[in-house]
Design a protein around this ligand. Structure first.
Ligand SMILES: *Cc1c(COP(=O)(O)O)cnc(C)c1O
Length: 371
C-alpha cells in the first residue's frame, strides 16, 4: 500500500531526537511560553528571513491574528475588502470573514493554480485594503506584478504560507515576501508538528508585538488586559519537535522536487494533465502534486485498487459551501473546474523511487475509454 502521506515514516526518521526533545520538555517542568518556543521563534525567523516570528496555536489562528492585529493597529476596519484566491483552503477565508472583513474571491491562473494578478487588479475597489495570497499546493503565489499592484494601491499583503514552508521566490523565502505571513505546522504540512501549531512571521515590530498580545488574552503585562484577546499558544512540546525537524526541511523539500520531476517525466496519459514545473525549481515545494483529469473518480478508484492512495484538494470550493450560502450562485469557472478535476498523487520525503515508479506505471496503464 502506497499511502498518500506516511506520517509515521516521516517522523520515524527523527525518532531519537524527537524522544530526546520531548523528555527535555517534560523534565524541564515548564510547558508553555518558555525556552523552546523562544528558540524556535528565533530559528524560524532566521530561516524565513524575517525580523520576527510569533508562535501560536495553529494556522487558522495565525491568519486570524494578523488581520485582527491590523484592525487593532487601525490599518483595517470592519467591512474593508480583502482580496483572496477563490480556490484556497477554507481557513484563509474564515480568517477574513471571522474578523468582520469582506472576502473578495478572485480566480486563479489555471496553469499555476495561483491567484491571477490580472484578476486582483480587476477586483480592486475603494474598499480594498489588503490582498491575501496563498502559496497553494506548495507553489509560490507571489509575482513581481503582485508586488507592484500592492505597492501602487498602497495595500497590505498577507501570505498564507501554510502549504509552502521553505519555498523560494528569487532566493527569498515565502513568508518574507509580504507585510506578514501565517504558517501552519499541522502534522501533514511540509514542516509538521505532532499536533497543532502555527506561527506568524513579519518584519513589522508593532505587528509582531500586537499579535503576541492578542494571542495572550490581549495582555502584554501579567493580569493587565488592553484588548479582548484569545488564547493561542504554540506549546513547548511542539516547539521542541519543530526545532528537531526544521534543519531537515530543505532536504525534505528537495526530495519532493525530485519526485515531482519523476512524475512529470514519467506520466504520459491522454486523459491526464500534469502540473508545470516552474523555471525556478525551488519556487515549488510540492506540498501537493495536483493532476487534472475529467475521469477523476474512475482514476481514484483504479489507483486505490492498485494500492495507491490519492486525495482531492479540495472536492468543494469555498463559494459552494453551505457556510458561505451567499456566494453559492457566484460564477467562478476556473475554480469550479479545478475542484471537479483535481486529484493529488502521493508525494512525501519518505517515498522510495520504486514507489514513485509504481505510481507512474499504474497511471500510464489506466485503460482508455473505448469509443
Ligand atoms: C492547513 C491550512 C491552514 C490552516 O492551518 P491549521 O493549522 O490546520 O489551522 C490555512 N491555510 C491553508 C492554505 C492551509 O492549507
Amino acid at each position: 500500500m502506497i499511502k498518500f502521506l506516511d506520517l509515521k515514516g516521516v517522523n520515524d526518521r527523527f525518532r531519537n531526537d524527537i524522544s530526546e526533545a520531548m523528555m527535555r520538555v517534560s523534565d524541564s517542568g515548564w510547558y508553555l511560553l518558555g525556552n523552546e518556543v523562544a528558540s524556535f521563534e528565533r530559528e524560524y525567523a532566521s530561516f524565513i528571513g524575517t525580523k520576527h516570528c510569533v508562535g501560536c496555536g495553529n494556522g487558522l489562528e495565525a491568519v486570524t491574528l494578523i488581520l485582527r492585529a491590523w484592525k487593532e493597529l487601525g490599518l483595517l476596519k470592519e467591512g474593508d475588502e480583502v482580496i483572496v484566491p477563490a480556490n484556497t483552503y477554507i481557513a484563509s477565508i474564515l480568517a477574513i470573514s471571522g474578523n468582520g472583513l469582506t472576502p473578495v474571491l478572485v480566480e486563479p491562473d489555471p496553469d499555476t493554480f495561483q491567484i491571477d494578478s490580472k484578476n486582483i487588479e480587476k477586483a480592486i475597489t475603494e474598499a480594498t485594503k489588503a490582498v491575501m495570497i496563498v502559496h497553494l499546493y506548495g507553489r509560490c503565489a507571489f509575482t513581481r506584478e503582485i508586488g507592484e499592484i500592492v505597492r501602487s494601491h498602497n495595500l497590505l499583503l498577507i501570505e498564507d504560507n501554510a502549504q509552502a514552508h521553505g519555498c523560494r521566490f528569487e532566493g527569498r523565502l515565502t513568508g518574507s515576501l509580504g507585510h506578514a505571513a501565517a504558517h501552519s505546522f499541522y502534522p501533514g504540512k511540509n514542516l509538521g508538528a505532532l499536533g497543532d501549531a502555527g506561527a506568524v512571521t513579519t518584519d513589522d515590530e508593532r505587528l509582531a508585538a500586537m499579535v503576541r498580545t492578542l494571542a495572550n488574552y490581549g495582555s502584554s503585562r501579567k493580569y493587565v488586559f488592553d484588548y479582548q484577546g484569545i488564547n493561542s499558544r504554540l506549546d513547548e512540546l511542539q516547539a521542541a519537535i519543530l526545532r528537531v525537524k526544521l534543519p531537515h526541511l530543505d532536504s525534505d523539500n528537495r526530495r519532493r522536487m525530485e519526485i515531482a520531476r519523476m512524475y512529470c517525466a514519467g506520466i504520459n496519459h491522454p486523459d491526464i494533465s500534469l502540473p508545470h514545473i516552474p523555471e525556478e525549481m525551488t519556487s515549488n515545494v510540492w506540498h501537493i502534486f495536483p493532476i487534472l483529469t475529467h475521469r477523476r473518480d474512475e482514476l481514484q478508484a483504479y489507483l486505490a485498487d492498485k494500492e495507491i492512495q490519492t486525495l482531492i484538494h479540495y472536492p468543494i470550493p469555498p463559494h459552494k459551501q453551505k457556510c458561505y450560502r451567499e456566494w453559492n450562485s457566484l460564477s467562478l469557472p476556473i475554480t469550479a473546474a479545478i475542484h471537479s478535476h483535481e486529484l493529488s498523487l502521493p508525494v512525501s520525503p519518505v517515498m522510495t523511487d520504486e514507489e514513485v515508479a509504481h505510481v507512474i506505471s499504474a497511471i500510464n496503464a489506466f485503460p482508455l475509454i473505448r469509443r
